[in-house]
Design a protein around this ligand. Structure first.
Ligand code: ATP
Ligand code: MG
Ligand code: MG
Length: 551
C-alpha cells in the first residue's frame, strides 16, 4: 500500500491517539489556485490524504484563495482533476478559504476591539523598513496607537472601498521587538480592488495567508495542519491568532521538508514562466514536473504514490532527491503492467530475399511475458520488414551482436536472418539490406552455431506510422535555480524533445488515449492523451529501459 510507510508525523499521531489527546484525524491539502500542481504537491497530497486514510479520518481539499489577482478557475479545475487522478478523495465539498471571509472579517474586528489590531497608513516599503531586521528590533508605526473607535471606522471604510490600494492595511498589534520578525505586527488585511473568482466584487480588502490559514483550519476542525518548513517561523503567529480569537478548535501546525528534485524546478512561478514564454507546450507538457504533465508523459498514479513513499517524510531538509528514483518508480510499474509491442524508431528497410512476395505467416506472441491476462499479439511476417538503423553496422566492432555484413541476428519472436548484401545510395548512405532467412530457427537455436543478438522489427506491409516524441530532462544541470545570479532559463536543455517518425506493429494501430506500452528494446511509451483523442497516432516516451537508480 502506497500510503502506509511510517513517518514522524504518523508516529506522533499514533502517540497522541494512545495518550488520548487525539480522537479523530482531520488534515487538509491547501493549494493556492495560481498554477497547476507539481511533484512537490504530490508529496503533500500523499502525506495529508494518506494520514487521513490510515487513521480513518478526513482530508479536506481547501483552496487557499486570498490573492485574487493571481488565481483562476482553470487552476481550480486542474487541481481537482489532479487530486482525483492520483486516487484520493476529499471529505465533503471542496472548500475555499474565501468561504470564511465574513468570519475572518468579524474576527479582525474582534482583534481591533480587544486592542490587538490597528489600521496603519504606512506604505508597504515603510512597513518593511520599520519592521527591522534579524539583528535590529523594529520600530512602532506612528499609527499604532489609534483608538479602537477610529480603527473600527477605518477598517469598515477599507472594506467599503473608500481607500486606494496600498493606502492602508490592518495589522496585528503584537511585538515590534520580537526576535521573530513574523510577530512584528504582521499584516492582516490589504486593500485590493480586484474581483475574486469566488466572491466576485464583494470584497475590496483581502486577508493575508497568516490571518487566514489557522482560522480556516479551526473552522473546519482540522487537527493536524501540515505544511513545509518555510512556515516554521510562522507557527508562533499561527498559534497567536488561535489564542487571541474565539475559534471553535485548536489545530496544530506541523512542518516537514519540501521535496527538491534534481534537473527540475518546482516553483509554480517558474513553471508558469515556462508556459507563458512558450518554452513548453502548456502546463501539461510531458516535460513538466506537473502532475498533469507527468500523466501525459505516461506516469501512473500508482508510480507517483510509490515515489512519494520511497522518498519518505522527514523534518530535516533532505537535500535533493535524484530524479532517477522517479524513473525507477514508473519503470517498475510498467515493467509489470505495460503490454509489449515492437516499434522501430529509426527505420531501415530489409528485404528478405528467400521469403516469397505472397508469404503469409503470422507469429502469435504474448502481450506480456508474465501476464497471460494480456492475451496475444499477432505479428505478420513478410518479405519486407523495417529494422532499426542502429541495429546495423557495416564495420562492426567486436561484440556487436546485431546485424552486419555476413553476420546473423534473430528477429525478435521470429527467425534468424543473415545479412547478404548492403544497398547504398551514390552518396554512400545505407539504404536497404538484403538478408536471407533460416526457416529452421523458429523457437530454436540454429544448427551448429550460436546467434546471440536479437533485434526488433515490423512488417513493412503492416507497419503503422507513428509520431514518437522522445523526451529528456528540461534542464541540463542538477539545480537549475540554485544560483541566484543566473537565470534558471539559461540551464534549459535545448534537446529535451526530439520527434521521430516511427513504424509500429499492428497492435499499435488503434489504442486508447493514455495506453502504455513497453516498446521492446526501446523504452516505455504512452499514447498522448490529446493527440490520440484527435485520432492521431502519437506516443510519448515515458522513460527509457535502463535503470540508473542505485538503491
Ligand atoms: P509553489 O512554491 O510551487 O508556489 P506553494 O507552496 O506556494 O508552492 P501551494 O499551492 O501553497 O503552493 O501549496 C499547497 C501545499 O503543497 C502546501 O501545503 C505546500 O506546503 C505543499 N507543497 C508545495 N510545494 C511543495 C514541495 N516542493 N514539497 C512538498 N510540499 C509542497
Ligand atoms: Mg502557498
Ligand atoms: Mg507559492
Amino acid at each position: 500500500e502506497s500510503t502506509s510507510a511510517p513517518n514522524f508525523i504518523r508516529n506522533q499521531i499514533l502517540e497522541e491517539i494512545e495518550a488520548g489527546t487525539v480522537e479523530t484525524v482531520v488534515t487538509r491539502f491547501p493549494p493556492e489556485p495560481n498554477g497547476f500542481l507539481h511533484i512537490g504537491h504530490a508529496k503533500s497530497i500523499c502525506l495529508n490524504f494518506g494520514l487521513a486514510e490510515q487513521f480513518g479520518g478526513d482530508c479536506h481539499l481547501r483552496f487557499d484563495d486570498t490573492n485574487p489577482a493571481k488565481e483562476e478557475q482553470v487552476y481550480i479545475d486542474a487541481i481537482k482533476a489532479d487530486v482525483e487522478w492520483l486516487g484520493f478523495h476529499w471529505a465533503g465539498k471542496v472548500r475555499f478559504a474565501s468561504d470564511y471571509f465574513d468570519q475572518l472579517y468579524a474576527w479582525a474586528q474582534h482583534l481591533v476591539r480587544e486592542g490587538r489590531a490597528y489600521v496603519d497608513d504606512l506604505s508597504a516599503d515603510e512597513i518593511r523598513e520599520y519592521r527591522g531586521t534579524l539583528t535590529e528590533p523594529g520600530r512602532p508605526s506612528p499609527y499604532r496607537d489609534r483608538s479602537v473607535e477610529e480603527n473600527l471606522d477605518l477598517l469598515e471604510r477599507m472594506r467599503e472601498g473608500e481607500f486606494a490600494e496600498g493606502e492602508k492595511v490592518l495589522r496585528a498589534k503584537i511585538d515590534m521587538a520580537s526576535p521573530n520578525i513574523n510577530l512584528r505586527d504582521p499584516t492582516l488585511y490589504r486593500i485590493r480592488h480586484a474581483s475574486h473568482h469566488q466572491t466576485g466584487d464583494k470584497w475590496r480588502i483581502y486577508p493575508s495567508y497568516d490571518f487566514t490559514h489557522g482560522q480556516s483550519d479551526a473552522i473546519e476542525g482540522v487537527t493536524h495542519s501540515i505544511c513545509t518548513l518555510e512556515f516554521e517561523d510562522h507557527r508562533p503567529l499561527y498559534d497567536w491568532f488561535l489564542a487571541n480569537l474565539p475559534v471553535p478548535a485548536r489545530p496544530r501546525q506541523i512542518e516537514f521538508a519540501r521535496l527538491n528534485l534534481n534537473y527540475t524546478v518546482t516553483s509554480k512561478r517558474k513553471l508558469k514562466l515556462l508556459v507563458d514564454q512558450g518554452i513548453v507546450d502548456g502546463w501539461d507538457d510531458p516535460r513538466m514536473p506537473t502532475i498533469s504533465g507527468m500523466r501525459r508523459r505516461g506516469y501512473t498514479p500508482g508510480s507517483i504514490r510509490r515515489f512519494c513513499e520511497m522518498i519518505g517524510v522527514t523534518r530535516a531538509d533532505g537535500g535533493m532527491v535524484d530524479i532517477a528514483m522517479l524513473y525507477h518508480a514508473i519503470r517498475s510499474d510498467l515493467e509489470d503492467n505495460a503490454p509489449r509491442a515492437m516499434c522501430v524508431l529509426n527505420p531501415l528497410k530489409v528485404v528478405l530475399t528467400n521469403v516469397p512476395e505472397d508469404h503469409d505467416e503470422v507469429f502469435e506472441v504474448p502481450g506480456h511475458p508474465a501476464r497471460e491476462d494480456m492475451g496475444v499479439r499477432r505479428l505478420p511476417f513478410t518479405r519486407e520488414i523495417w529494422i532499426d538503423a542502429d541495429d546495423f553496422l557495416e564495420e562492426p566492432p567486436k561484440k556487436f551482436f546485431r546485424l552486419a555484413p555476413g553476420q546473423e541476428v534473430r528477429l525478435r519472436n521470429g527467425y534468424v536472418i543473415r545479412c547478404d548484401e548492403v544497398i547504398k545510395s551514390t552518396a554512400g548512405k545505407v539504404e536497404e539490406l538484403r538478408c536471407s532467412v533460416d526457416f529452421d530457427t523458429l523457437g530454436k537455436n540454429p544448427e551448429g552455431r550460436k546467434v546471440k543478438g536479437v533485434i526488433h522489427w515490423v512488417s513493412a506491409a503492416h507497419a503503422v506510422p507513428l509520431e514518437v516524441r522522445l523526451y529528456d530532462n528540461l534542464f541540463q544541470v542538477e539545480a537549475p535555480d540554485r544560483d541566484r545570479d543566473v537565470d534558471f532559463l539559461d540551464h534549459l536543455n535545448r534537446e529535451s524533445l526530439r520527434v521521430v517518425q516511427a513504424f509500429g506493429e499492428p497492435s499499435l494501430a488503434d489504442v486508447e488515449p493514455e495506453a502504455r506500452f513497453q516498446f521492446e528494446r526501446v523504452g516505455y511509451f504512452c499514447a498522448d492523451r490529446h493527440a490520440t483523442s484527435d485520432g492521431r497516432r502519437v506516443f510519448n516516451r515515458t522513460v527509457s529501459l535502463k535503470d540508473t537508480w542505485a538503491k
